[in-house]
Design a protein around this ligand. Structure first.
Ligand code: SF4
Length: 385
């Protein structure tokens, strides 16, 4: 059985969860009755390490109602890896990282897409599937990276560096993507940087807005990179000393890190890669003891699929991802709220940047970043520069 230890009680619980009623299903008039028990009780096994037997009757009616609403409304739920296990495992129809969900959004048959993720992900779905109704359960589900840069910032950077390709991380708004030459994710960032340099015939690219991802990519390629002073507020909390402390407290632990972490974390880690690469590493290697330096629910979701692995779990929650709950997914499908729309001229330009990324050869196994390297210094732009 998966063991989750070291869950720090001081987790920063966002307001949406703190305000959750004791019985969220009953608060919406939903009962834990015989129909619900027959329909969903067998699913409890999948979340038993994360949902207590006392909690289950308070969420099971929501899970049943959401699954019925999906069929009635011809809807599909795209669930990001950072969703809590009740959402990720029990109502998510497609699950994965940003790149996997973007590919699914372009291909789903259903008319309605519910994005169980943050706002830029819902925008990406709308860009790729304009004929679909794309809903997000909470308009407050933002992102510190996406908020760090605007389309106007990109226009000014392009004026300053003519002829240099501009690559932006998918964790950006549609407005930013519209000014971009090609997008990337943490799964394909090195591949995109090298391809863009080749296609533009340059030895330099601009990779924004995550300065840590850019520095970690720079350590894995000979291409010169200019970046932006943005960061993920979850991953920037880790540092190299944390890795040393974890090793001392948990001898033999394998340390896996996401490339949005600062470079000194990757210097100390055993393995680094996108959320898909981290999940794949655990599945293939089945380490005895592992720690994932990334968002908390990601560890829960990987733990649920690897019951023989012991997980050490530092608790860094993304407050934006945690705005999405079973309750607001239920409200979203009941009220058909909140619809994500994008002006058509921006959507068309943004789609070009995403299509350029999706046109690159699909990698069978998510690639990893080298660990143990010395951090690389880059030119970091900001509004002040
Ligand atoms: S984990 Fe970081 S990058 Fe992802 S949505 Fe939260 S703030 Fe944004």
């Amino acid at each position: 059985m998966a063991r989750i230890i070291d869950a720090t009680p001081a987790c920063d619980i966002p307001n949406g969860l703190a305000a959750r009623p004791a019985n969220p299903a009953a608060a919406r008039g939903l009962e834990y009755n015989d129909e619900v028990k027959a329909a969903v009780d067998h699913l409890y096994e999948e979340v038993k390490d994360f949902v207590t037997p006392f909690e289950w009757p308070t969420i099971a009616p929501l899970i049943h109602a959401i699954n019925k609403l999906k069929a009635e409304k011809n809807a599909v739920v795209l669930a990001h890896n950072y969703m809590t296990p009740d959402i990720f495992r029990l109502v998510g129809d497609f699950r994965g990282d940003s790149l996997q969900l973007a590919r699914e959004a372009a291909n789903v048959d259903q008319q309605v897409i519910v994005q169980a993720g943050v706002h830029f992900m819902a925008e990406t779905s709308k860009i790729l599937a304009p004929e679909k109704t794309v809903l997000i359960p909470s308009m407050e589900a933002g992102c510190s990276l996406a908020a760090s840069i605007t389309g106007e910032d990109i226009r000014l950077v392009k004026e300053k560096f003519p002829g240099i390709p501009v690559i932006t991380y998918v964790n950006t708004t549609a407005d930013v993507k519209a000014e971009t030459d090609i997008c990337c994710t943490s799964s394909n960032a090195v591949q995109v940087v090298e391809q863009a340099a080749k296609d533009w015939g340059t030895d330099t690219v601009i990779l924004m807005p995550d300065q840590y991802l850019a520095k970690n990519v720079a350590a894995n390629t000979d291409i010169r990179i200019i970046t932006w002073a943005g960061a993920c507020e979850v991953h920037e909390l880790f540092n190299g000393q944390d890795v040393k402390d974890l090793r001392e407290a948990h001898p033999g632990v394998m340390v896996l890190a996401h490339p949005e972490c600062p470079p000194d974390v990757l210097t100390e880690a055993d393995f680094a890669g996108s959320t898909s690469a981290l999940a794949n590493y655990v599945k293939v290697n089945s380490p005895n003891k592992v720690v994932l330096l990334t968002e908390c629910s990601m560890s829960d979701n990987v733990a649920a699929e690897n019951p023989d692995v012991e997980f050490i779990k530092p608790c860094n929650l993304c407050p934006h991802m945690k705005r999405i709950t079973l309750e607001n997914i239920y409200d979203c499908l009941t009220e058909m709220q909140f619809e994500v729309t994008i002006p058509e001229d921006i959507r068309i330009k943004a789609k070009k940047a995403i299509d350029a990324m999706l046109a690159l050869p699909k990698m069978e196994t998510p690639p990893d970043f080298k660990t143990g390297l010395k951090p690389v210094d880059l030119e970091v732009l900001s509004r002040a520069s």
